[in-house]
Every structure is written in C-alpha cells, then in structure tokens.
Design a binder for this molecule. Sequence first.
Ligand SMILES: [Zn+2]
Ligand SMILES: [Zn+2]
Length: 537
Amino acid sequence: MNMMVFECGDHMIVVDCGVMFPDAELLGVDIVIPDITYLRENQHRLRAILLTHGHEDHIGALAYVLDEVDAPVYGTPFTLALARAKLAEHGLEESVDLREMHPSAPFEIGPFRVEMIHLTHSIIEAGALALSTPLGVIIHTGDFKFDPTPTDRRVSDLHTLADYGRRGVLALFSDSTNVERPGMTPSERGVSERFAEIMAEAKHRVMISCFSTSMHRLQIITDLAQEYNRRLCFVGRAMFRNSEIAMQMGRLRVPEGLLIQPQDIRKLPPEQVVVVLAGSQGEPMSALSRVAVNNHRWVTIEPQDEVVISARVIPGNEKSIFRMIDHLYRRGARVHYHDGSQPPVHVSGHGSSEELRLMLNLVRPKYFVPIHGEYRQLYQHMELAKELAAVSGEVFLLESGDVLEFDERGARRSGRVAVGRVCIDEGTLDEVGDVILKERRHISEDGIVIPIIAINAHTGRLETQPEIVSRGFVPLEEAQDLVESARAVVLKTIEVSNVEEKGDWGVIKEKIRTALRKHFDQETGKRPMILPVILEV
Ligand SMILES: [Zn+2]
Ligand SMILES: [Zn+2]
C-alpha cells in the first residue's frame, strides 16, 4: 500500500498508489487500499500522482483513488500502460489524465521540479524521483537494486544520483526491503543459468511461473526457448495481457513464429514447449493452481513435466504454495522452487545491504528516512545509515501517518494525519473503513448465509444433503425455493470439482462462496455474507 504525500506551500504531490493483498483472515475481502481521507480533504491542493514503477503495491489502488480524487498521473510509458490496463477494468481509462515522464527529462509541478532517475528493479522502467523544492532536493528511491546486467541493458543511472549528491540533497527516502541481506542482490540474469539447465535436460514440457510484470524474466525465458528449440506460450489473462503490452511497446522481444496459443500446446510434442503462467503464490484461482489440480482448460501436467516456480514464497502463502507443489508432484511433475539451491530459480528485485550503503554514499543526504519495509527493516536500515558518514543530519524512523516537516531551521516530526487500510470487495467496488465495519455492514444489510456441508474424509463423498442456515437475509422457512436452489448450487459445485479440489477445503469453500454469491445476487439482488462450513465426518 505504498503512498507518500509531499507538500510545498499550497501544492501537494502523491508518490505511488498501491494495494496490499489480504491474508486469509480478511475473509471475503479482495484487496486492501490506503485510507485517503487526507487526500479527499485536501483535494484542492492535489497537483499530481507520480508512479515510480508498475508493481501492484505501487499502482494497484489507482482506480479506487481516482474514483474519489482527481489528479493527473505521471509514469514511464510501460508503467502507464500497466496502469491504463488496470483502469480499463473499471471503465476509467478515458477519464484519467495519464502523462508520460521519462528519466532525465525534468518538468515542473508548482514549486516542485521533478526528475525521474532510472534505476533497475525486477520490473522494467522503474526509477527514483528527485523533487527539487525551494528548500532543497528530496530523493525518493522507489524500489531498486543495482543490477549491472539488466536484460534491457538500461543500467541504473548512478551518475545522476551522484550529481545530486555532489550538489547537496536535503533528504533521502530509500527502499528498506532487503536490508537484512548481506552483500549485493544478484542480477535479474541470475536465473538464466538454472533455467538453461532445466530446459537443456527436460525431456518433456517446461512450465515456468513468475509474476506477469517481470519483463526481465519473460525476456530470459523467451531467449532460452528460442535457443533450446521450444515454442513459447503465455497462459492466463494477466500474463497474456502484460506480455502483449510489452511486445507492442518493443519492451519484450519475441522472434517471429516462436509464440503459440494455449489451445495449440497439445498439438506439439511436449519437449518442444515452454509454458509461462502466473500463480507462483498458490492463489486458488490462478493458472498454476488450476493446472496443479487438473482443472485448466488448456494445460495439464504429465509425468516428466518440469515446473519452475520463479518467485519467493511470500510469508503467509507457504501453505497454499506447498499444497500446490504437492499436487504437482502427485501428477508426476518435477518442481523447482526457491529453496536456496544454486543456481537460483529466483532473484530478488530489491537491493541488499551493500546496495543500500552505496545509495546512501552516492546521495549523501542531510536527512534520511528509511521506507518500504516492516518496522524491523526500517530500524535496521536506520542503524546501517548511522554506521556510515553519509548522512550529515538526522535519521527519522517514520511510520504510516507521521508527518515530517522541513523549513530553514531543519527537519522535525510534526504530528500525524489519518491513515489506515480500506478493504475492498472487488465485485461491488464497495469500500469500508475496516474489516469489522465491513462485516457489520455486510451482515446488517444483506444478512449472512451459512451452508453446512458434511464430507466423508475417506471417500470425499457428501454424507447428507447440505444444510443452509441464514440470519437477516430472507426468511428461509418462507423461501423454500431459494433453499432448494441454493442446495442444488452447492451440490453442483461439489460435483464438478475434482478429487483434489474436494480434498482442499480452502478451494472448495471459495468455490461454494463464489457460486452462492452469484446465485443469491441473481435471485434476490442481495449479497449476503456467505461462510461455508465443512464438517469432516
Ligand atoms: Zn516493486
Ligand atoms: Zn514495492
């Protein structure tokens, strides 16, 4: 949920506008966005939203925020293309003023002179922002690592960073994600060696899962597919869309004739195919999860397939990822994941401690503020800065909502503004103050429905008819038809699920919830909270 406000006089600039994906505790919540009360109250001063790069935690909340406040959005061409695709999902692509910005091409917004400084990251076209103000220069790094060999050959612009450092920088705000790691983060090319080994040795299909915005990785896979005489297929909506965008922009270079459509995968000998698909975090409805339980239209796992999960295991997702890996093994695939083995199948997009030191030593700010990380990482980044002679003034450890004020006398903390998280139900775009509020409102308006399903743990069969219990929805004793039809929906959902899905209660509950939600919406126009309960008997 990255979002930072910079103000000077009567002018306000927002840097980034991100989402967070909820953990399993936030039942029924699709995404989490920042509370923008402060922006709403100060709309008349808001001049621009600047995007450092196109990752979801930096652009994902744009549609929701621009629904409430109005401002031109600046980003590099690739970042804006991703943003435009997101806005289009909400029918907002026409109404939003998107403006391209390019590295080393400064422009003015009120009293701010804005210059983007190109930096490398796991996504292409990322960068830091230098905001020159009457009081001095502020540098916000965005997310970065210093990759000496990015696939697009656009290396980090260290010269400009050093130039600013030489002329004097008032404050540096820098990425803290990997402060706990010693040394330097490997280049994005670090995955090539292992990918090449796997492709060279594979006797069957190779499937690689990574984030659909990782253009460096998609380029590496494309080049290797060509080298090892395999045709290439991008599977899944976001993967297809983002690779298409990048190809159109010339940012992903795919030789003529290499690409095939998902429906053609089965027509080719398996040793001539590489499939690239999303779902590296085991998200239940993602392409790889569906492939793992044999529920994908075009892709099935066959013995000897090689599956590569080219991503880190994001804490909180371990269970779903390892369950997915189990399913893949059960179907006879060999799975390569980020388990510390060398050479790696994944490298981080964030700089390690040596890179963070280098950033500080190049910029040599008066004040330093660690950002982008958990509190412990911000703390360690502060400690790391204190060991260097780079920061001449103070280091501020700020949390969301803290205000830091600069004037001729220096910098100091200056109160707080309202912040927090807002949970969004993607179906309705409804926004609620917090989870409890959401649940209360949800239940108070449309009630709650609890389908109770008794499954025999050994046979996977239903022991009895599903029970449907409800409160505050419609009086079910008077609506026998609705109970019957809801029961039929539950039975049908279970019937069309395969054995593995039935054994995976997270998946089966989600499928029942989705099916019933649609059914009740059609029948009654209401959206009750649905809490499937599965009894193992
Ligand atoms: Zn990022
Ligand atoms: Zn980020």
